[in-house]
Design a protein around this ligand. Structure first.
Ligand code: COA
Length: 386
């Protein structure tokens, strides 16, 4: 679906919350390799007689080369690095306390509200667009709305890593239907759905929250305004990136589902992917999505000053930019934040947009593009307002 809006809706601010803790590749790999040693020692007899495969060590060099990731931020470091656990320690809070996912979204939202000098009364609704909702209901967005003191409404939506682009399109539709301003937030606690015992993927994700403020473009703006020239959304079913966590797991437990080879019954309820297939299939889908979208709004690829792409894998982004431009893009044209943040799912392209846009002059055009599981892709073409 392509929607061209005649620039009647604009982005007026973004916000970012970066957790205070970080884990470097060296630290993460040291913990993984300690786990491997412990596992192989504990299973030495079975490994010796060929009944169990020994686990292989990870390498910081491989991680950086295969993904471009050097570090990641996280809500909790110690639980991830503790080899007896290898999962963040994020205690449940009483129902009366602000949920952790809402809390980080509120930080990002306040950052955006400050940037655009907006009060809660200026905002009509909140969309929480993210990959991993903390609970079924009440919607996390409603809790964020309440914490910020916003009248109106809130709802959650999930299109995995493409959620922010779909959230912008949804906010745009609500504004066209009569709302004045919509706050769209992307809190992502990705470390809670990552299997830190899986060598192929233990390095992929980090935690963060972003926010985007959308408003009707019918008067002067107090913020850093970006006209939305068009949005394009696309999905195509694939099992190659999947997370089976959900409410039916509760029913499944009664069937006595067998634990996996590494004795973790929850592995299937965490992130799994066929990384190579994802790479091969998503690159053409996303590059076509961007190229078709630019053609549909009459913008030549070379006229695009910047591509703020989803941050999953450096080589993937380089391929996508090369396919769209017909040449290599430099880091100014396609900025990278995944070296510092890793993959932050829905938030990645918004972090890139948040951090790399201050050099734009009125009339300059850029593309925010988010993509991921589903498969899903969403492209938003923006132009710096006068
Ligand atoms: N440390 C050291 N070596 C590792 C390793 C690790 N942590 N993980 C895998 N390897 C090894 C493998 O054993 C394999 O060795 P072999 O060639 O001797 O068999 C080799 O590295 C290549 O493994 P492979 O899994 O094929 O790596 P890759 O080059 O495809 O890179 C990804 C893996 C996940 C980084 C890459 O496929 C990717 O990024 N895909 C897209 C993922 C994506 O964007 N997902 C979206 C999520 S929202």
């Amino acid at each position: 679906m392509t929607s061209n809006t005649n620039a009647d809706v604009r982005i007026v601010a973004t916000g970012l919350y970066t957790p205070p803790n970080a884990i470097s590749n060296d630290e993460l790999v040291a913990s993984f390799n300690k786990y491997v040693d412990e596992y192989n020692a504990a299973n030495a007899a079975d490994i010796e007689r060929g009944a169990t495969e020994p686990l292989q060590k990870s390498s910081a060099e491989f991680v950086e080369k295969a993904s471009g990731i050097k570090s990641r931020y996280c809500i909790d470091r110690d639980g991830i690095l503790d080899t007896s656990r290898m999962a963040p320690r994020i205690p449940e809070r009483p129902n009366g306390d602000l949920a952790v996912l809402s809390e980080i979204a509120v930080f990002a939202a306040r950052d955006a509200m400050r940037a655009a000098d907006l009060k809660p009364a200026d905002i009509d609704g909140v969309i929480c667009a993210a990959s991993n909702m903390q609970r079924g209901y009440p919607a996390v967005a409603v809790e964020i709305q309440d914490a910020l003191g916003i009248d109106g409404f809130g709802f959650d939506m999930n299109v995995a890593c493409a959620s922010a682009a779909f959230g912008i399109e949804t906010g745009l539709g609500l504004i066209r239907a009569g709302a004045r301003r919509i706050l769209m937030v992307n809190p992502e606690i990705c470390t809670a759905h990552l299997n830190f015992r899986d060598r192929d993927s233990h390095f992929i994700f980090g935690d963060v929250a972003t926010a985007v403020m959308l408003e009707r473009a019918d008067g002067p703006s107090k913020g850093d305004a970006w006209d939305i020239l068009g949005t394009k959304l696309l999905t195509k079913f694939s099992n190659n990136i999947r997370n089976n966590f959900g409410f039916l797991n509760h029913c499944e437990r009664e069937t006595g589902a067998a634990p996996d080879a590494q004795n973790d019954p929850h592995t299937d309820k965490l992130f799994v992917q066929e990384g190579r297939k994802v790479f091969k299939e998503v690159v053409p889908m996303v590059s076509e999505c961007i190229s078709d979208h630019l053609a549909s709004v009459g913008v030549a690829p070379d006229a695009v000053k910047r591509f703020w792409l989803h941050q999953a894998n450096l080589a993937m982004n380089e391929f996508i930019a090369r396919k769209v431009l017909g040449r290599d893009a430099n880091r100014t044209e396609a900025p990278v934040v995944l070296d510092e943040y890793a993959n932050t799912s829905a938030a990645g392209s918004i972090i890139a947009f948040h951090k790399h846009r201050s050099d734009f002059a009125a009339g300059d055009v850029g593309v925010i593009c988010a993509f991921g599981a589903g498969y899903s892709a969403g492209s938003v073409i923006v132009r710096k307002s006068a």
